[in-house]
Design a protein around this ligand. Structure first.
Ligand code: NAG
Ligand code: NAG
Length: 191
C-alpha cells in the first residue's frame, strides 16, 4: 500500500515537471515573439506597411476569354521566365501595366486601387497560372489562343492577353475586338 502511494507521488511529480517544462517553452516563445516585434525599425513606415500587408489571395475563379488572345506557347515561356525572377514590380494606381511580354502575348497587372501596388513576379506568375490552366483549354495544335483574368482580394488582377511587344510597355492594353477580328492574330479562346 505504501509502495503504491509512493509510486503515485512519483508519477504526479513527473507529470508536474512535464507541465512546467511545457509552460516554460510557451513562455519562451512568447518572449521570442516580443523580441521580434521590438526589432522592427520604427523609423521605416514603408517596412511596417509591407510587413503588415496580408498575402494576396485569389478571389473567385478566373474569367476566361474576354480579351484578344495571346499564344499558349508564348505564355508558357513567360511563365518559365517568371519562375526564376525574385524581383517585385510596381503597378501604378488605377492603371493596367504590361509587366511581361513575349512575341504576341502579354501578362498584365491591372490595379484598381488609388495607390501603387508592388507585387513579386512569383505572385503574378501564380495568379497567371490559374487562367493559364483553366481558360481556353483546347490543346495547342487545335487552338493557340489564350486569354483570361484572375482577380485578387486586394483590388488588383492579373491578365493574360494579346500584346504587341513593339508597343511601349505602358501603352499596351488588354482589349477586345474589333467586330471583324474579335480575337486578334492568335485566334479564339476555345475549350
Ligand atoms: C516567338 O517568335 C519567334 C519568331 O517569330 C519564334 O521563333 C519563337 O518560337 C516564338 N516564341 C515562342 C515562345 O513561341
Ligand atoms: C519584394 O518585396 C518583399 C515584400 O513584399 C520584400 O520582402 C523583398 O525584399 C522585395 N524583394 C526585392 C528584390 O526587392
Amino acid at each position: 500500500m505504501m509502495q503504491t502511494i509512493n509510486m503515485c507521488r512519483f508519477f504526479l511529480l513527473l507529470a508536474g515537471i512535464m507541465i512546467l517544462d511545457l509552460t516554460s517553452s510557451v513562455v519562451a516563445s512568447l518572449v521570442k515573439g516580443d523580441d521580434r516585434s521590438v526589432s522592427i525599425p520604427r523609423s521605416s513606415s514603408q517596412y511596417l506597411a509591407q510587413r503588415s500587408a496580408p498575402v494576396p489571395q485569389m478571389s473567385g475563379p478566373p474569367v476566361c476569354g474576354q480579351f484578344n488572345t495571346g499564344d499558349k506557347k508564348d505564355f508558357e515561356q513567360l511563365q518559365y521566365d517568371m519562375s526564376g525572377d525574385k524581383s517585385n514590380v510596381t503597378t501604378p494606381a488605377k492603371k493596367c501595366r504590361r509587366q511581361r511580354c513575349k512575341n504576341t502575348t502579354g501578362v498584365y497587372v491591372c490595379n484598381d486601387n488609388d495607390h501603387d501596388v508592388i507585387i513579386p513576379y512569383l505572385t503574378i506568375r501564380e495568379f497567371a497560372a490559374k487562367p493559364g490552366k483553366e481558360c481556353c483549354t483546347k490543346r495547342y495544335t487545335d487552338s493557340k489562343g489564350i486569354s483570361g483574368q484572375q482577380f485578387s482580394d486586394q483590388n488588383w488582377n492579373v491578365i493574360i492577353a494579346y500584346a504587341n511587344c513593339n508597343h511601349p510597355q505602358d501603352q499596351d492594353r488588354p482589349g477586345f475586338g474589333p467586330a471583324g477580328d474579335p480575337w486578334g492574330p492568335n485566334g479564339a479562346c476555345e475549350n
